[in-house]
Design a protein around this ligand. Structure first.
Ligand SMILES: *[C@@H]1O[C@H](CO)[C@@H](O)[C@H](O)[C@H]1NC(C)=O
Ligand SMILES: *[C@@H]1O[C@H](CO)[C@@H](O)[C@H](O)[C@H]1NC(C)=O
Ligand SMILES: *[C@@H]1O[C@H](CO)[C@@H](O)[C@H](O)[C@H]1NC(C)=O
Ligand SMILES: *[C@@H]1O[C@H](CO)[C@@H](O)[C@H](O)[C@H]1NC(C)=O
Ligand SMILES: *[C@@H]1O[C@H](CO)[C@@H](O)[C@H](O)[C@H]1NC(C)=O
Ligand SMILES: *[C@@H]1O[C@H](CO)[C@@H](O)[C@H](O)[C@H]1NC(C)=O
Ligand SMILES: *[C@@H]1O[C@H](CO)[C@@H](O)[C@H](O)[C@H]1NC(C)=O
Ligand SMILES: *[C@@H]1O[C@H](CO)[C@@H](O)[C@H](O)[C@H]1NC(C)=O
Ligand SMILES: *[C@@H]1O[C@H](CO)[C@@H](O)[C@H](O)[C@H]1NC(C)=O
Ligand SMILES: *[C@@H]1O[C@H](CO)[C@@H](O)[C@H](O)[C@H]1NC(C)=O
Ligand SMILES: *[C@@H]1O[C@H](CO)[C@@H](O)[C@H](O)[C@H]1NC(C)=O
Ligand SMILES: *[C@@H]1O[C@H](CO)[C@@H](O)[C@H](O)[C@H]1NC(C)=O
Length: 543
C-alpha cells in the first residue's frame, strides 16, 4: 500500500507540472531528488521501422532504481496494468510482455545504473500507435518501492514513407560495377528482404545475366543495425537509360522501393546515313550519328575546306539544297567523345550533265583534215559516239570527249554527222553538217568548134560550191546564146557566137566558185565535123 501512496504523492506533486502543457515537457519530473526526464512527449514513427523512446533519470541517495517497466494502454486509464506491459528490464520476471510486443522491445542500456531508461521498439506496426507509460522499480530508504509516471509518451505510427538509399557509381561499359541499396531506419528488428529488379525501355522487366547480389548487416550499436544489399554486374551499352529498382520488404508486409535510371558510359560506332550519289539540283541529306553517353559533339566538314558545316549533339545533319557539281568530294564527320576525336569520311558524288559542244571547222577543203570534237562535261563521263548519216563508221571515246578526224577529205565526206551522247540512261544527239569544198577545176572535154555558122565553145567545170562560168569573149559580142547545165557538182556551159572569122586560136573560159578562180584557154578544133554540137560529151573532145 505504501507503493500506491507514494505513487499518488508523486502524481499529485508532479502532475500539475505536466498539465502546464508541452512547453514543460522535457523538464525533469522529480520525487525529492529523484528525477526522470522523458525528452519527447509526441513521437512519430513509420511502420516497418523502429522508434526510440528517450528516457533518462538522475539518481538520488534515498531511491535506487533497479528495473524499468514500460506499458502501453488506453490514455484514459490513469495507470496501466500488468497486462499492458510491453517491456520489463528484469528478464527473470514472471510478468510477460503483452503479445505482439514480445521480442520487439529492448532497452538501449540494459544496465539500469547507467540511468538510461530509453527503449527501442522494432518492427513497428500502425497498431503500435498509442500512449506509453513508465514505471520504475527500486529501493527507497532500504525498502523496495516503485512508482509510475502519469505523463506519458504518445507514439504515432504512420505508413512507411522512407525510401531506400541507392548508390550508383559511374558505370562504364565493360567495367564491373557494384550498386548498393541501404534500407531506411537503423533498427535492430527483423532483417528486411532486399530485392533488385531491372527494367528496360518501355518498363518491361529484364534480367542482367551474370549478376551477383550480396546482403550485409552492419552492427552499429547494440540496438542499431544497417541493412544493405549490393548488386554487382558488368554494365553494357544496352543498360544505359534503363532503370533499376531496389525493393525492401519489411516484416509485417511494409515495403518501400526506389527506382533510378542508370547511365552507362559507352560509345557505339559512328554511322553515316543518306544517299551519297545525288543528282545536280537535288538535296544532299546526310546524317552522321553516334550513340554515346555522355553525348558526343559531332561536326561535319569538307576536305580541303575550313568551314565546319554543322555541329550538334548525338547526330548531325548535313543538308545542301540544290546540289552543284562542286559539292562533290570527301566529307568528314568528326565525333568528339570524352576528349577523343574520331573521324569517318564519306565521298559525295554529284551526277550532272552539260549540253554537248562540238568544236572544229565544219567547212573543209577537199584534201584537208576534217577535225571535229564533240565533248560533254558530265559525271559520270558520257559515252560519245560519232556517226555519219547513211554510214556505219563509228568512232567513240568514253572519256567525255570524242574527236572525229578524217584526213584527205573528199566530197563523199560531206554530209550530216551525228554526235550521240549517252549519259546514264539518257541519250542526246547533236547534228552537224559538214561541207567539203574544193577548187573549181575545168575538166577535160572543154573546147571550141568553129563551123560555118559560128563558134561553139563548151566549158565543163567542177567544184563545190558550184562554180560560175564566165566567157570574156562575150564582152565583144552582142549576138550569142549560153546554155548552162548542172549535173551534181559539174557545170556545163555552152556558148554559141555567130562569127564569120575568128581570128584568135583560143577562147578563154573563167570558172569561179568563191574558193578560187580558174581560167583556161580553150583550143579551137577545126577538124570536128559533128553537127549536134549541143550534145557532145567529153568523149567527143579528146585532147
Ligand atoms: C531490486 O533490487 C533489490 C536489491 O538488489 C532486490 O532485492 C529486488 O528484488 C530487486 N527488484 C527487482 C524487481 O528485481
Ligand atoms: C540476376 O541473375 C539471376 C540469375 O543468376 C536472375 O535470376 C536475376 O533475375 C538477375 N537479376 C536481375 C536484376 O537481372
Ligand atoms: C551483429 O549482432 C548480432 C547480434 O545482435 C550478431 O549475431 C552478429 O554476429 C553481429 N554481426 C556482426 C557483423 O558483428
Ligand atoms: C514482400 O513480402 C510480401 C509478403 O511477405 C510478398 O507478398 C511480396 O512478394 C514481397 N515483395 C518482394 C518484392 O519480395
Ligand atoms: C544520367 O545522366 C543524366 C544526364 O547527364 C543526369 O541528368 C542523370 O542524373 C544521370 N543519372 C544518374 C543515375 O547518374
Ligand atoms: C533529311 O532526311 C531526314 C530523314 O533521313 C528527313 O527527316 C529530313 O526531312 C531530310 N531533310 C531534308 C532537308 O530533306
Ligand atoms: C577533357 O579536357 C578538358 C580540358 O582539356 C578537361 O578539363 C576534362 O577533364 C577532360 N575530360 C575528359 C573526360 O577527359
Ligand atoms: C573517299 O575517297 C578517298 C580518296 O579517293 C579515299 O581515300 C577514301 O577511302 C574514300 N572514302 C570512302 C568512304 O570510300
Ligand atoms: C574553217 O575553214 C575555212 C576554210 O578552210 C577557214 O577559212 C576558216 O577560217 C576556218 N574556221 C575556223 C574557225 O578555223
Ligand atoms: C584537231 O584539232 C585539235 C584542236 O581543236 C588539235 O589539237 C588536233 O591536233 C587536231 N587533230 C588533227 C589530226 O589535226
Ligand atoms: C590524199 O589523197 C591523194 C590522192 O587520192 C594522195 O595522193 C595523198 O597522198 C593523200 N594524202 C594523205 C595525207 O593521205
Ligand atoms: C551524180 O549524183 C548521183 C546521185 O547523187 C550519182 O548517182 C551519180 O553517179 C553522180 N554522177 C556523177 C557523174 O558523179
Amino acid at each position: 500500500m505504501f507503493v500506491l501512496i507514494w505513487s499518488a504523492l508523486f502524481v499529485s506533486v508532479k502532475g500539475s507540472i505536466a498539465d502546464t502543457g508541452a512547453s514543460a515537457w522535457g523538464q525533469q519530473l522529480c520525487v525529492g531528488r529523484y528525477c526522470v526526464t522523458l525528452s519527447e512527449r509526441e513521437l512519430t514513427a513509420e511502420a516497418g521501422l523502429c522508434v526510440v523512446i528517450p528516457c533518462s533519470f538522475t539518481n538520488a541517495d534515498e531511491f535506487t532504481p533497479n528495473h524499468t517497466i514500460w506499458y502501453k494502454c488506453e490514455a484514459s486509464q490513469k495507470f496501466c496494468t500488468d497486462a499492458d506491459i510491453i517491456f520489463h528490464s528484469n528478464k527473470n520476471t514472471d510478468t510477460k510482455a503483452q503479445s505482439g510486443f514480445e521480442g520487439r522491445v529492448s532497452s538501449l542500456e540494459p544496465d539500469v545504473s547507467q540511468k538510461n531508461c530509453s527503449i527501442i521498439i522494432n518492427d513497428l506496426k500502425e497498431s503500435d500507435s498509442g500512449s506509453y507509460q513508465l514505471r520504475v522499480h527500486g529501493v527507497l530508504n532500504g525498502k523496495q518501492d516503485a512508482f509510475t509516471f502519469i505523463p506519458r509518451v504518445n507514439v504515432s505510427v504512420k505508413g512507411l514513407s522512407q525510401k531506400p538509399t541507392v548508390m550508383i557509381p559511374t558505370l562504364t561499359e565493360g567495367q564491373q560495377a557494384t550498386l548498393t541499396c541501404t534500407a531506411p531506419g537503423l533498427c535492430s528488428g527483423s532483417v528486411p528482404e532486399i530485392t533488385w529488379t531491372w527494367r528496360g525501355a518501355g518498363g518491361t522487366e529484364s534480367y542482367i545475366t551474370g549478376n551477383s547480389t550480396d546482403f550485409k548487416t552492419e552492427n552499429l550499436t547494440d540496438v542499431t543495425q544497417r541493412h544493405s544489399s549490393t548488386f554487382t554486374f558488368n554494365p553494357s551499352a544496352e543498360h544505359h537509360d534503363t532503370s533499376v529498382t531496389c525493393n525492401i520488404n519489411f516484416t509485417g508486409g511494409e515495403s518501400t522501393e526506389k527506382t533510378l535510371t542508370v547511365n552507362v558510359t559507352h560509345k557505339k560506332e559512328i554511322t553515316i546515313s543518306g544517299v551519297t550519289i545525288v543528282k545536280e539540283g537535288d538535296v544532299l541529306n546526310l546524317t552522321c550519328s553516334v550513340e554515346s553517353f555522355p553525348p558526343s559533339l559531332i561536326e561535319w566538314s569538307k576536305l580541303s575546306s575550313d568551314t565546319n558545316l554543322h555541329s550538334y549533339s548525338g547526330s548531325a545533319r548535313l543538308v545542301i539544297e540544290n546540289v552543284k557539281p562542286e559539292h562533290s568530294g570527301q566529307y568528314i564527320c568528326a565525333v568528339t567523345y570524352m576528349n577523343n576525336t574520331l573521324k569517318k569520311d564519306v565521298n559525295i558524288t554529284v551526277i550532272y550533265n552539260r549540253a554537248a559542244q562540238i568544236i572544229g571547222n565544219t567547212t573543209v577543203r577537199k584534201g584537208d583534215v576534217l577535225n571535229l570534237t564533240c565533248s560533254v562535261e558530265s559525271f559520270p563521263p558520257s559515252v560519245i559516239v560519232w556517226s555519219k548519216c547513211g554510214s556505219n563508221t563509228k568512232l567513240h571515246n568514253d572519256s567525255g570527249s570524242a574527236t572525229l578526224v578524217v584526213h584527205n577529205v573528199t566530197s563523199e565526206h560531206s554530209g550530216q554527222y551525228i554526235c550521240t551522247v549517252k549519259h546514264l540512261d539518257t541519250t542526246l544527239t547533236s547534228y552537224v553538217d559538214v561541207t567539203v569544198t574544193w577548187h573549181t577545176k575545168i575538166q577535160n572535154g572543154s573546147g571550141c568548134v568553129l563551123q560555118s555558122e559560128g563558134l561553139t565553145c563548151v566549158c565543163i567545170s567542177e567544184g563545190f560550191p558550184l562554180p560560175n562560168i564566165k566567157w570574156p569573149l562575150l564582152n565583144h559580142h552582142t549576138e550569142y546564146s549560153v546554155i548552162t547545165t548542172v549535173l551534181n557538182h559539174t557545170v556545163n556551159s555552152t556558148v554559141s557566137v555567130t562569127v564569120k572569122n575568128h581570128g584568135n586560136s583560143t577562147v578563154e573560159c573563167v570558172s569561179n566558185n568563191g574558193n578560187g578562180e580558174e581560167r583556161e584557154n580553150l583550143l579551137l578544133n577545126n577538124k570536128l565535123s559533128k553537127k549536134d554540137d549541143l550534145c557532145f560529151s567529153s568523149k567527143h573532145f579528146p585532147l
